[in-house]
Design a protein. Structure first.
Length: 253
């Protein structure tokens, strides 16, 4: 099966709905990568595909969060993305999985079970931290913190929750459609809002997001979902927006 795909898509709207606002056409281009979830090989292949695009040297690269958990190599993903951000080549947003991981470090007993149940065990293993059958959460958090490369925890804590330029915005899980994008609750940006996928914004803003697995990346009703379930489907996707509209870039196992 081929490992890379490129498609050009036009906005879609639901039957009976008024026309969606026109797609942003940013110049320089903006490329938003969906949830990586520890799939380092897919990320490397997708980054190579992105780098081969015309306009890539000028493009703004945004990673929509959930870099870690579930997949096999969160450690390598963190190292790769942190280096890109340090070099000014990318902006990484915080996802709910990064938030759960940091909560585990802050309050191991309270937050540890939720994180481990949602793929945190894979992140521990990627950093060489074993998971006992009945772990002491405080001791496990100390071991995990010690295994993180120097500076990684501070970098994760400083990740922004959103990015915006004009009519184009990016957050991990969308936003509350009834509130201005600059006035969002952190929970809506990290975990989503019940009205995000059923109520279109009335401010003309397009929001690119991850968090919810979609069968394909497409533009619909002011939303562009980029999470194609890399850890489960073997497909990591990105939305490339430029003067010509939206294209989808993919890497596959």
């Amino acid at each position: 099966m081929p490992s890379r795909f490129l498609r050009t898509l036009l906005p879609r709207r639901r039957a009976g709905q008024p026309e969606a606002p026109p797609l942003p056409r940013p110049d320089p281009p903006v490329c938003v990568v969906g949830d990586v979830h520890g799939c380092a090989g897919l990320l490397d292949r997708l980054l190579a595909r992105i780098a081969a695009q015309p306009g890539a040297p000028r493009a703004r690269l945004i990673l929509a969060g959930d870099l870690v958990d579930r997949g096999p190599d969160s450690a390598a993903v963190l190292a790769r993305v942190q280096a890109l951000c340090a070099g000014g080549q990318a902006v990484a947003l915080m996802g709910n999985h990064e938030r759960m991981m940091l909560d585990f470090l802050d309050t191991p007993a309270q937050a540890g079970p939720l994180w481990l149940a949602n793929g945190g065990d894979a992140t521990l293993f990627s950093l060489g931290v074993g998971l006992p059958r009945a772990p002491d959460m405080a001791a496990l958090a100390r071991a995990f913190r010690a295994a993180l490369p120097q500076g990684t925890e501070a970098w994760l804590r400083a990740l922004p929750l959103s990015w915006r330029e004009g009519a184009l915005a990016v957050s991990h899980a969308g936003a509350d459609p009834s509130r201005a994008f600059e006035d969002q609750d952190d929970r809506a940006l990290l975990w989503g809002h019940r009205d995000f996928r059923r109520t279109r914004r009335d401010d003309g803003l397009w929001i690119v997001h991850g968090h919810v697995i979609v069968p394909e990346v497409r533009a619909e009703d002011g939303r562009i979902g980029t999470d194609t379930g890399a850890f489960a489907t073997g497909r990591l996707s990105a939305a490339w927006l430029d003067w010509d509209g939206l294209r989808v870039l993919e890497a596959r196992d």
